[in-house]
Design a protein around this ligand. Structure first.
Ligand SMILES: [Mg+2]
Length: 155
């Protein structure tokens, strides 16, 4: 019987499984048990990418949250926008993150799972937080498109 590593390699070879990226704060912290399972079984490289400065502290925190798998590489970046560069460099095709400033610059060929939490979502009103750099008000967008169609060349 194959051990866990052999089983992951067999699945990866059959299904052409891509590398994945996972944020820590606001992502793994929202459901460490789910992410520990995902990390444990994912048959391709798993990169935990975090905007933190202290590698040892990040590892200690991950263990404290309950991440007991070693099936990942920890990548520290010094800015939200640096994550997109790491995602491209490492061939990550699936990313889990909670911060729009991270998500927006990620290339369009990457599947993004946005994790909802108190920092990005207003639970009482059931609406996302966004600002002019990370979001477009849909009603305003439709009005603008309609105005452009009705008055082409008016800009
Ligand atoms: Mg985060």
């Amino acid at each position: 019987m194959a051990d866990a590593q052999e089983a992951r390699e067999i699945v990866r070879d059959i299904f052409d499984v891509p590398p994945i990226g996972i944020d820590i704060d606001g992502t793994i912290t929202e459901d460490p048990q789910f992410f520990n399972l995902l990390i444990s079984i994912w048959p391709a490289p798993v990169y935990i990418i975090t905007f933190r400065h202290d590698q040892e502290r990040a590892m200690r925190d991950l263990r404290q949250y309950g991440i007991d798998s070693d099936n990942f590489e920890l990548v520290l970046v010094n800015g939200h926008e640096k994550k997109a560069a790491e995602i491209t460099k490492r061939g990550i095709k699936i990313m889990f993150d909670d911060t729009d400033e991270v998500i927006c610059p990620i290339p369009g060929n990457v599947l993004v799972f946005k994790v909802r939490n108190d920092g990005n979502f207003d639970f009482p009103s059931k609406r996302w937080f966004y600002d002019k750099n990370t979001g477009i008000d849909f009603d305003e967008y439709v009005r603008e498109i309609t105005r452009r169609r009705e008055s082409p060349g008016a800009e």
